[in-house]
Structures are given as structure tokens and as C-alpha cells.
Ligand binder design. Structure first.
Ligand code: NAP
Ligand code: GDD
Length: 383
């Protein structure tokens, strides 16, 4: 018999990659999915199986992290060997608008999982992974950040995740539970939500190249993030639960880059050079040059004439509405412990990540370009 895993947040970026990874390893994967007015299973549709089939390896349950009884019932029914608690209101800026809800889902939601496992007498059987975050370091107290670096959260999201981090440690120490924190730095992919900065950029750059969109408004261009690929990071989550003893690990690449440089690299990937000038809300990024060979190869010849006409125009602008009340200016992680103890090593560097995201978004956005050509109204709905 293969192992049984329960994934909260299965419809999210990490949940989707994790499901695929565990199914390939022979697991039966159960996932908790919120009821919504649309299916919202796009990221896991390729794994979907008809509920009438016997011996399925992907089973979805309706549930919500705010509903204790529901969480307890599902864990009781599933009797998981491993729980990956990935569900969260995961957007830092949105957490300033919905602080109480974020605390409930991201903070108390973790308590609900831990307490359910305890009350169901599953402490010896069920291992728990808690999706902790580099946002805990916030106003960083040490560079680079590692497991022993003090936390200084800078948002309702980070404060909620701080509670989740410590309640996980507490249940491990108090009840001898196999409960672990992965302190993961930013990880991205073609499946990344459209309102996180990397995906907002790769989508906008693709749409600008294809002539669907004129420009994009961004927030703080100077903050720095340590970006890895989600595919590498879910392997680390898995390894954390396969150890002999439970522990907490930082997962990061050790390289940090500004938002501005991520934008520049995304344009360069498809043969467009941009130059930034000005500061603060007045900063803009203009198209400086087109490298035709690369552009034609990556985007297509039919889009070349249009982008050439736009040399000298500003395509990146700043709107202060995207600034955060308190910002995390710099994140850079030291994953020595994970590399040594888990033998974890990321395969993707930043250029390979951007190449993957740009390739998929150009392909995806071309569908919109053809719809636009056919007369359909194409909306810009970036927030
Ligand atoms: P994501 O794409 O935003 O996915 C979040 C998932 O949580 C979605 O499936 C979402 O469901 C679900 N969810 C939200 N509220 C819920 C609720 N009340 N009840 C049940 N499910 C709920 O996030 P991600 O990037 O995959 O990240 C996974 C986890 O890692 C999160 O906990 C995040 O905070 C943490 N983390 C992420 C990063 C990163 O860089 N990606 C880094 C460190 C830590 P819907 O699809 O219905 O919205
Ligand atoms: N979202 C967004 N949109 N961010 C922008 C924009 C914009 O238009 N312009 C600049 N930024 C800056 C933000 O101010 C922040 O400094 C940085 O880009 C990254 O923002 P996000 O991509 O939204 O990610 P995050 O770092 O705040 O949070 C993500 O990573 C955390 C791990 O460190 C999320 O995935 C969290 O759930 C995760 O815990």
C-alpha cells in the first residue's frame, strides 16, 4: 500500500505541483478545496479522475481552513500519513485589507490542523508540514537569513504566519508530534498567481510584446527577493517530512534580485531591451532596443513591426497604490542546513525560471492576441 497524503491548498501553485509529485511517487493524494462559484481546479485538472472510478489516486474534499469541524472530519476520514498544510490567504498586500480573515486562515488554520491530529490520536502516524515563509524575517535582522535569524514580521500575513510557525514548534515539543516548518523564500512558476509580482511581470511583458497591452503599472521596483522555482521547492517540502527527526529548514537559492532587474531580464529573454529612468513614483522603463533574431524566435515575426514602432516609449510605470504600508525591502536566504541535511539542491537558477515563465506566458497570451485580432474585447485586470 502506498502512503496517503492530505494537501490543504491543493488548488494553489504549490498544491498543484505537490499533488503531481506525490502521485508520481505512488501516494494517494487527498486535497481540500474551497467551494467557489467556478470550478477553480485549472492547476490540477490534468490529475483529475472521475469520482465514480475505484482506486483513485486524487480525491478532493470540500473544506475550509476556517471550519474546525470540517477539518477534523476530513483528517479523521483520510487518516493521512502526511499533511502538507499549504492553504493560506497568501497575498501580503491583500492581508492589509483582510487582516482578520488572514489571521484566521493562516494562523488559526494551522492550529486547527495540529489540534485535529492530536484529538484524533494520530500523533504517532501523521507527519505535518507547515508552509512557513521568509516573510517572517520582514525587517531583516541578519543578512543572509537562516534558521536562527530572529523574526520581525511586517504585515498581517507575516504576523499570522508567525503564530503558525510557533504553534507548529509548540505542538512538536509539547506532544512529540512530527510537525515541521519549511521557511520557504519566494518561489515562482508558470502556475504562479497572476497578482504576485513575477507573474504580473511575465504576463505583462508577453502582452506588451504581442501588442495586447500598452504598459503596466507596478509598485516598489527596488525591493529585492530571493526567487526560486516552485518545482524545486516542493521537493524540499517532501524531504523535510522524510527525515528521522522533525525540524525546521530554510529553503532558498542564496541569490537576491530587484523587481526592476526581474523586469529587465524578462524583456531581455524575448529580445527587448528596456532602460529605466527617474525615481520613486516618477520612474519609468522605456523600450530602448529590439534584438530582431531573438524577438522573432521567441515571439514571432508577425509581432515585430508593432514592437519596433514602440522604441522610446514607456512601458513600465509606477502607481503608488501598489506600495505597501510596511515593506519587506530585502530577502536573501542561506539554505546550508537544507543542502547539508536534506541533500536538497535547486535545479533552476533565475534565468531558467524566467525562461520557463516567459515561454509559457507568450504561448498563453498568443491566444488573447488572436482573440483581439478577431474583434474580441481583451481586458487588463491586473491588481
Ligand atoms: P497560492 O497559490 O495562493 O495557494 C493558496 C491555496 O490556499 C489555494 O489553493 C487557496 O484556494 C487555498 N486557500 C486559501 N484560503 C483558504 C481557506 N480559507 N480554506 C481552504 N483553502 C484556502 O499559494 P502558494 O504560492 O501555492 O503557497 C502555498 C503556501 O506556501 C501558502 O501557505 C503560502 O503562504 C506559503 N508560502 C508561499 C511562498 C511562495 O513564494 N509561493 C513562499 C513561502 C510560503 P483557492 O484556490 O480557492 O484560492
Ligand atoms: N504583488 C506585487 N504587485 N508586488 C509588487 C508590485 C506589484 O505590482 N510592484 C512591486 N512589487 C513588490 C512588492 O512590494 C514586494 O516587495 C515584491 O514585489 C514581491 O511581492 P509579491 O510577488 O507580491 O510577493 P511577496 O514577497 O510579498 O510574498 C510572496 O512571497 C512570500 C515569501 O517571501 C507570497 O508568495 C507570500 O505568500 C510568501 O510567503
Amino acid at each position: 500500500m502506498g502512503k496517503v497524503a492530505l494537501i490543504t491548498g491543493i488548488t494553489g501553485q504549490d498544491g498543484a505541483y505537490m499533488s503531481e509529485y506525490l502521485i508520481k511517487k505512488g501516494y494517494t493524494v487527498h486535497g481540500i478545496k474551497r467551494r467557489s462559484s467556478l470550478f477553480n481546479t485549472d492547476r490540477i485538472d490534468h490529475l483529475y479522475q472521475d469520482p465514480h472510478l475505484e482506486n483513485r489516486n486524487l480525491i478532493l474534499h470540500y473544506g475550509d481552513m476556517t471550519d474546525s469541524m470540517n477539518i477534523t472530519r476530513i483528517i479523521g476520514e483520510v487518516q493521512p500519513d502526511e499533511i502538507y498544510n499549504l492553504a493560506a490567504q497568501s497575498h501580503v498586500k491583500v492581508s492589509f485589507d483582510t487582516p482578520e480573515y488572514t489571521a484566521n486562515v493562516d494562523g488559526l488554520g494551522t492550529l486547527r490542523i495540529l489540534e485535529s491530529v492530536r484529538l484524533l490520536n494520530l500523533t504517532d502516524k501523521t507527519r505535518i508540514y507547515q508552509a512557513s515563509t521568509s516573510e517572517l524575517y520582514g525587517l531583516v535582522q541578519e543578512i543572509p537569513q537562516k534558521e536562527t535569524t530572529p523574526f520581525y514580521p511586517r504585515s498581517p500575513y507575516a504576523a499570522a504566519k508567525l503564530y503558525a510557525y510557533w504553534i507548529t514548534v509548540n505542538y512538536r515539543e509539547a506532544y512529540n508530534m512530527f510537525a515541521c516548518n519549511g521557511i520557504l523564500f519566494n518561489h515562482e512558476s508558470p502556475l504562479r498567481g497572476e497578482t504576485f509580482v513575477t507573474r504580473k511581470i511575465t504576463r505583462a511583458v508577453s502582452r506588451i510584446a504581442l501588442g495586447i497591452q500598452q504598459d503596466v503599472y507596478m509598485g516598489n521596483l527596488s525591493s529585492k527577493r530571493d526567487w526560486g522555482h516552485a518545482k524545486d521547492y516542493i521537493k524540499a517540502m517532501y524531504l523535510i517530512l522524510q527525515q528521522d527527526t522533525p525540524d525546521d529548514y530554510v529553503i532558498a537559492t542564496g541569490v537576491t534580485t530587484t523587481i526592476r532587474d526581474f523586469i529587465e531580464k524578462s524583456f531581455t529573454e524575448i529580445g527587448i531591451k528596456v532602460e529605466f529612468c527617474g525615481t520613486g513614483a516618477e520612474e519609468t522603463g522605456k523600450i530602448a532596443e529590439i534584438i530582431p533574431d531573438i524577438f522573432v524566435n521567441k515571439v514571432g515575426e508577425s509581432f515585430l513591426e508593432n514592437i519596433r514602432k514602440r522604441i522610446g516609449e514607456a512601458v513600465i510605470k509606477v502607481d503608488p497604490k501598489y506600495f505597501r504600508p510596511t515593506e519587506v525591502e530585502l530577502l536573501i536566504g542561506d539554505a546550508t542546513k537544507a543542502r547539508t541535511k536534506l541533500s536538497w539542491e535547486p535545479k533552476y537558477n533565475l534565468d531558467a525560471l524566467i525562461e520557463d515563465m516567459m515561454q509559457k506566458d507568450i504561448k498563453e497570451m498568443k491566444k488573447e492576441a488572436y482573440l483581439k485580432e478577431a474583434g474580441y474585447r481583451i481586458l487588463n485586470y491586473f491588481e
